[in-house]
Design a protein around this ligand. Structure first.
Ligand code: SF4
Length: 635
């Protein structure tokens, strides 16, 4: 039965009048779950994206989990987002806690609080969320009756910098796991099983990592690390019955999972304000810097029938006139051409637009873009990542100059006039020649683009280039590699500037200080949790927002904790040494990552297993899963 809980709308309403974008906090949107739908629910969950509404509400993972949890009649799952700094300050002044959007209930009254960990720069926002909610920051300080706080998402593959703040962290795809845990906890209610014992039992559910059940060894004290000088903490289970490694949960028969989770229509504009349908999961192209390409394997495609009918239903129930076919590599889907033709036919003349977020760097990718764009040609975005073929082979980008020039000339001949290219600086194995190569490549691409359009339209050609510092990530072949030291970075930036086209191409450089923080948290051990907490105490929050990022807060935290941000980010790890995330089993074998790193040193490439034979990453070899393709892919 639905229980009465504290509804704080009356206290909140006066504050919203003074908040920037009050629509962020209204709730009650079309499609949101209402208490009247959940009359049988007696277990209360809340899913939180630790950023503002317009970013969090667009997140597909949160939407899927919200839908999955609400599919059970006993569970009522609500949503919450982090208020912007103006409302957070007003809430603190008024003594109001963070509340859910559906019923304005304080988060501390929920049974299950799920916080997604989308990227490292959201770490301080997790603490801000807990603090505003009045929930103890540390799992060790939570008592019987406090909510269980769970984390999950891409950052969970190195959970240690977040470990003290969560009762458990879910590793892998949460569709089944979240509901399984919620129902299990519900079943234990009233049985007298202590919070501690419940967590110990949860640790036996595949995919559930309970940090308090793993002891920390600082650097050289680690038993397995004694022969190495470890600059980070490593962990091991406190008892024999606790799993040594936490196995990632993987969804099989992906096409049978609902392609259209419950749709909520916002009052205000979101960052991706359109219908989104996940047409496939996973990418096996094997870029050696890319964590997503490793942690979402194997590749699983939905059928064209499922996709087209989900889109038709989604557009009808939301009123959107744009749909995005999302995934890590949507243009690789084996039936993508069929899908686009069917969508064009079905929605011809209705004004419905289709978009694909990720673009293949070849002429086929542009052909698909042409199918999507029709006469409306916006900007084309391509990511060669490196300026020379040698470095693209090192990172296994699988893109040749021929691919790139074919893509550009095909696009500009077909009517595109704007192009954006993405590159990284500081990739392992990079030399000055590779950096100079970015400028040279951009100059030639710009010329090719101009040569591909009629003379009288050459002045309309626009090209911009975005360059960011490489961030090494756990569970990638480059997980052992540090970032560039600052002196070399400054030198490389100068090399880039000196060799960059003087006219016609805009150059944008992504702030490297945030990249250093990302690197610290992506590869650090549990010692980084204190760094995060101190940085938050010094005022760091919304670190992904350039106007909010406060590097001084991080430097102050570094001084207090002794974690040297630059040293930590730049340090390369020994391949044979234990890593802070060794107890997390992503499914991709460490031996494969080592092999891939060795091949990187030789600039040898590894093909995509969805276009050819298995290349031995281990996911399908060690688990009852396989690539699930709908047909042959377009090479
Ligand atoms: S195990 Fe083989 S087939 Fe499966 S994802 Fe890895 S490389 Fe591809």
């Amino acid at each position: 039965m639905f229980e009465e809980r504290t509804d704080m709308w009356e206290q909140y309403a006066p504050l919203l009048a003074h908040a920037e974008h009050p629509s962020r906090y209204l709730g009650q949107e079309w499609g949101a779950v209402t208490p009247s739908e959940k009359l049988e629910a007696d277990y209360h969950a809340v899913m939180i994206y630790p950023d503002v509404y317009e970013i969090g509400q667009a997140n597909q993972a949160v939407a899927i989990l919200y839908d999955r949890l609400n599919a059970d009649e006993h569970v009522f799952c609500e949503r919450a987002y982090l208020p912007w700094t103006d409302l957070a300050a007003a809430m603190r002044e008024a003594g109001l806690p963070l509340v859910s959007l559906e019923t304005y209930t304080p988060l501390s009254e929920f049974d299950f609080v799920g916080i997604t960990l989308p990227h490292e720069l959201a770490a301080t926002n997790v603490l801000e969320t807990l603090d505003l909610s009045g929930i103890p920051l540390h799992a060790s300080d939570r008592r019987e009756g406090d909510p269980f706080v769970f984390g999950g998402g891409p950052c969970a593959y190195n959970p240690e910098p977040y470990a003290p703040f969560f009762d458990a962290i879910f590793i892998g795809e949460g569709e089944e796991m979240d509901l399984e845990v919620a129902l299990q906890l519900r079943a234990w209610r009233g049985t007298g099983i202590s919070r501690k014992d419940q967590l110990r039992k949860l640790a036996h559910i595949p995919g559930v990592y309970v940090p308090s059940l793993y002891r920390v060894y600082a650097g050289p004290d680690a038993p397995a690390g004694a022969e190495f000088e470890l600059p980070y903490d490593v962990v091991e289970p406190i008892a024999e019955d606790i799993p040594e490694r936490v196995e990632r949960r993987i969804i099989t028969n992906f096409d049978a999972c609902d392609a259209l989770p419950r749709q909520i229509v916002p009052y205000s504009e979101l960052v991706h304000d359109r219908l989104s349908i996940e047409i496939l999961r996973g990418c096996a192209r094997g870029c050696r810097f890319c964590q997503a390409g490793m942690i979402y394997r194997p590749v699983r495609e939905r059928t064209a029938d499922t996709i087209v009918s989900a889109i038709a239903m989604g557009l009808a129930c939301t009123g959107y006139d744009e749909v995005s076919l999302t995934s890590l590599s949507s243009t690789d889907h084996s039936t993508i051409t069929d899908q686009l033709r069917r969508l064009n036919k079905r929605f011809h003349g209705t004004g419905v637009g289709v978009s694909i977020p990720s673009q293949r760097v070849d002429a086929f990718g542009v052909e698909l873009a042409r199918l999507i764009a029709g006469e409306k040609k916006g900007g084309l975005t391509l990511a060669p990542e490196a300026g020379t073929q040698h470095l693209r082979d090192v990172i296994n980008k699988g893109v040749t100059e021929e691919n790139l020039f074919n893509a550009v000339t095909t696009a500009f001949e077909a009517g595109w006039r704007r192009l954006k290219l993405y590159f990284m600086l500081g990739l392992p194995g990079e030399t000055d020649e590779d950096v100079a190569g970015i400028g040279d490549l951009c100059r030639r691409v710009y010329t090719a683009a101009k040569d591909s359009v009629p003379d009288n339209q050459r002045g309309n050609v626009r090209m911009s280039v975005s360059v960011a510092l490489f961030v090494p990530k756990a569970v990638t072949p480059f997980q052992w590699d540090g970032q560039l030291d600052r002196e070399t970075l400054m030198h490389r930036i100068n090399v880039l500037r000196d060799n960059f086209p003087r006219k016609g191409v805009d150059l944008h450089w992504h702030d490297s200080m945030t990249s250093y923080i990302e690197a610290v948290l992506s590869r650090g051990g549990r010692e980084c949790a204190e760094l995060v907490e101190r940085a938050w105490k010094h005022g760091a929050r919304f670190d992904a927002w350039s106007e909010q990022f406060d590097f001084d807060a991080w430097l102050a935290a570094a001084q207090e904790t002794g974690v040297d941000i630059f040293q930590t980010a730049m340090r390369s790890y020994e391949e044979e040494a234990p890593l802070p995330w060794d107890h997390i089993d992503s499914g991709v074998r460490k031996s494969y990552l080592r092999r891939e790193r060795a091949k990187a040193h030789l600039a040898q490439t590894t093909p995509d297993c969805t276009f050819g034979p298995c290349t031995g990453c281990g996911v399908c070899l060690d688990r009852p899963v396989d690539n699930e393709l709908e047909g042959a892919r377009h090479v």
